[in-house]
Design a protein around this ligand. Sequence first.
Ligand code: B1M
Length: 210
Amino acid sequence: MSTLEPLGTAIEQGDRAEAEQLTEQAIEAGTDPQQVLDALVGAMDEVGRRFQENEIFVPEMLIASRAMKQCLSRLEPLLVERGITPAFTAIIGTVQGDLHDIGKNLVAMMWRGANFNVVDLGTNVAPDQFVSAAREHNANVVGLSALLTTTMPAMKQTVEALKADSNCNACVVVGGAPVTEAFARDIGADGFAPDAGAAVQLVRKLVEAA
Ligand code: B1M
């Protein structure tokens, strides 16, 4: 049996030591790094699905993401050497006035797990910071998180600023506990995701359609 199937299982179970060892073995055996990457991304998709289905919760998702990150760092030099780099860039941040970042960090990790290049601007990010970062990184996606009803207006202002910038062609996606599909539509966002697993499916769909 190839090491890739147990590698996927190790990621799904958040077994970092086993996942690292299997990644190492796959590399030493000369396995195509793209195939190793596909196994890692496939495992994170399964983690996202289980999270959405409430089969696992935040801690398990965090542990799986960390195992994935560790394996990716081992694989990265080989991917770069072969010119295999993420095809899409996503900017993410929590909107101005809002310091909550746990959910935003989970979304960022899952996007990395889906092999997006993710630029995390942190918390309390002003609309013009999102606009500058989207330009600077030629972003395909900008993700906004808000956890307070009082910062939802800042989310609206940020979407407006991004949409008003003719140099920015990024899809804007929003999420966070008080945010709803209807609110996302009202403020002109391109999409809404209720959780980190759904956020992966959403951005994949949007970038493929763009
Ligand atoms: Co705050 N807080 N907090 N808080 N806090 C809430 C949000 C609150 C609901 C608590 C309550 O009153 N019951 C309430 C908001 C009420 C409201 O607006 N209606 C509240 C308040 C009022 C406040 C302060 C104003 C309190 C005060 O100082 N008086 C203050 C505000 C500070 C500020 O931001 N300016 C404050 C401060 C804090 C702490 C700093 C202490 C801490 C934050 C630490 C941190 O994030 N580093 C904190 C915390 C931890 C919470 C609760 C307890 C937990 C939030 C959390 O991390 N959830 C929260 C109450 C609660 O939810 N039980 C609360 C776990 C996380 C995984 O879920 O962030 O929803 P969540 O993310 C999910 C989805 O929403 C989605 O995916 C994630 C994973 O599935 N998602 C996205 C999130 N972003 C997304 C983006 C996407 C897509 C999906 O696309 C881009």
